[in-house]
Write a protein that binds this ligand. Structure first.
Ligand code: B12
Length: 211
């Protein structure tokens, strides 16, 4: 049974208002922000992921749970920064060049954040050189790329080639996803991992960083 049941339930149920008020109250009571993350938010997003995997939840439920998690994270993030709690690892994420689809990418980003990762979201239509610049600047353990169009999938390969050209390919694990992306495509372009859902992306990222 999670320790902060009301916050846990609010995220699992996708109730952003209650997630925010419960977080506010718990922080005011002096509960540690890192504890709220590890004992309520991460287990809640794990549960949301589990329900999604076994078809109890679908994309709309995932989206509203992610929104509730975000509402809580907005209050928790500044406290975490102040207390110096170490994230599991850092992720740079974006939708590749020419592609404006971001619903799946935002879900992956929210689930990773709920899973304790520090996430830098570069947004949509991100050219290879911006991914390379962000890897150089933020030094993430993981670079995550999303593509929803068959015409933009080649930008994933271009980005990996750009990482190689910049001499930093071995400094970061590359994961890819999006509806048209497949395991064999990921292997073919030299990515380190692929998953077809946001919750599986968290497990994949944890595995790649050895957590
Ligand atoms: C919503 C949508 C739009 C919206 C996007 C809004 C937004 N803010 O994202 C709008 C209206 C803008 C749009 C525009 C277009 N779209 Co559109 N769009 C869709 C639609 C209906 C849903 C996509 C979606 O959000 N799915 C829900 C999310 C949750 O799923 P997901 O993205 O796959 O993400 C999950 C996984 O893939 C994975 N994942 C995703 N990213 C990542 C990344 C990593 C690292 C990992 C590990 C996992 C992972 O986790 C996610 C959650 O589980 C799809 C059809 C469909 N049913 O897929 C068409 C679709 C993708 N679009 C399509 C097209 C053609 C277009 C347009 C070209 C249309 C046009 N002629 O203008 C434009 C292109 C604009 C551009 N340059 O990008 C086609 C693509 C066809 C193809 N073969 O390439 C589709 C398939 C529709 C179709 N059947 O024709 N679109």
């Amino acid at each position: 049974m999670p320790r902060y049941q009301d916050l846990y339930d609010a995220v699992v149920d996708g109730d952003a208002k209650t997630a925010k008020s419960a977080t506010e109250r718990l922080l005011q009571q002096g509960v540690d922000a890192g504890e709220l993350l590890s004992d309520a938010l991460i287990p809640a997003m794990d549960e949301v992921g589990r329900r999604f995997e076994c078809n109890e939840y679908f994309v709309p439920e995932l989206l509203i749970a992610a929104r509730a998690m975000k509402a809580a994270m907005e209050l928790i993030r500044p406290k975490l920064a102040a207390t110096g709690v170490q994230p599991v690892a850092t992720v740079v994420i974006g939708t590749v060049k020419g592609d404006l689809h971001d619903i799946g990418k935002n879900l992956v980003a929210a689930m990773l954040e709920g899973g304790g990762f520090a996430v830098h979201d570069l947004g949509v239509d991100v050219p290879p050189e911006r991914f390379v610049g962000a890897v150089q600047e933020k030094k993430p353990e993981i670079l995550a790329m999303s593509a929803l169009l068959t015409t933009t999938m080649p930008a994933m390969r271009e980005t990996i080639q750009a990482l190689i050209a910049a001499g930093i390919r071995d400094q970061v694990k590359v994961i890819v996803g999006g509806a048209p992306v497949t395991e064999s495509f990921a292997r073919d372009i030299g990515a380190d991992g692929y998953s077809d859902t946001a919750s599986a992306a968290v497990q994949l990222a944890r595995r790649l960083v050895g957590k």
